[in-house]
Design a binder for this molecule. Structure first.
Ligand code: KIV
Ligand code: NA
Length: 267
């Protein structure tokens, strides 16, 4: 972890980190133009973009493909990439998987759950690491990690500190009670990035499809800032009406042959 790290500087100064997901080049470019601090290429790409039923269906090749697209769209932005399900079972596996994401353009790799040995191996190899505690989409059977009881909260707190001791630079806290997310954020060196975890984390992350209204699902943790789904549906429906009515293309969208060429063709 470099001393001049801009994100940890922001944490120190109490400036919130703005993190949002992206999965493709144009969205990444727009988000960079909008001034976000960090783009997360999450395994939420599976459900939100690839039409998969579950995050577990996402492969390392899928992640590399989408990270590379985001990198091309936003060459300067700091990119965190998710290690997908079952690609970081051991430190050796995690290292091999992280290299694939780094080669695709990721600045930092994120994985779900408490595996300080994996954090340590990755940081020793020069990777920036982002932990992820609380709701783990890849491991939804781990209900205790949601931290609603004092015992579960204490375990999460310990997990956060262990990841910190191993050198994590960021820590996503997903669907944790706000007071627990605040306690963890104050205790760790890592910059915490909350989703459904209240106001006391060092930053916030949302899935772009949810915040922009591409998805129509309602989530308690989300605020919808746009209606991209309705705008896209309206645009395509208007195009379909014009095509069927012979109103598209107009003369301005087409071109004619030069008069002499047309005459030559007709002879
Ligand atoms: O995959 C993802 O988008 C995530 C966020 C919900 C933190 O992991
Ligand atoms: Na994820």
């Amino acid at each position: 972890m470099s001393k001049a790290d801009p994100f940890l500087e922001k944490k120190r100064r109490g400036e919130k980190l703005v993190v949002v997901t992206a999965y493709d080049a144009p969205t990444a470019r727009i988000e960079a133009e909008a001034g976000v601090d960090i783009i997360l290429v999450g395994d939420s790409v599976g459900v939100n973009v690839l039409g998969y039923a579950h995050e577990r269906d996402v492969t390392l090749a899928d992640m590399a493909h989408h990270i590379a697209a985001v990198r091309r769209g936003a060459p300067q932005i700091y990119v965190i990439g998710d290690l997908p399900y079952a690609t970081y079972d051991t430190p050796e596996m995690a290292l091999a998987s992280a290299r694939v994401l780094r080669d695709a353009g990721a600045d930092c790799v994120k994985f779900e759950g408490a595996q300080p040995d994996v954090v340590a191996a990755l940081t020793a190899a020069g990777f920036d690491v982002c932990g992820h505690l609380g709701l783990e989409s890849q491991h939804q059977e781990i209900k205790r990690r949601q931290g609603k009881t004092a015992e579960a909260a204490a375990r999460l707190f310990d997990d956060a500190l262990a990841g910190d001791a191993a050198g994590q630079k960021f820590l996503v806290l997903e669907l944790l009670p706000s007071e627990l997310a605040g306690r963890i954020s104050r205790a760790v060196k890592a910059a915490t990035i909350g989703i459904g975890a209240g106001l006391e984390t060092d930053g916030q992350v949302l899935v772009v499809n949810d915040l922009a209204g591409v998805t129509t699902r309602e989530f308690k943790h989300n605020r919808r800032y746009g209606d991209i789904g309705a705008a896209l549906r309206g645009a395509v429906a208007a195009y379909a009406r014009d095509v069927r009515a012979g109103a598209f293309p107009g003369p301005e969208h087409a071109f004619q042959m030069a008069a002499d060429e047309r005459a030559a063709l007709e002879n």
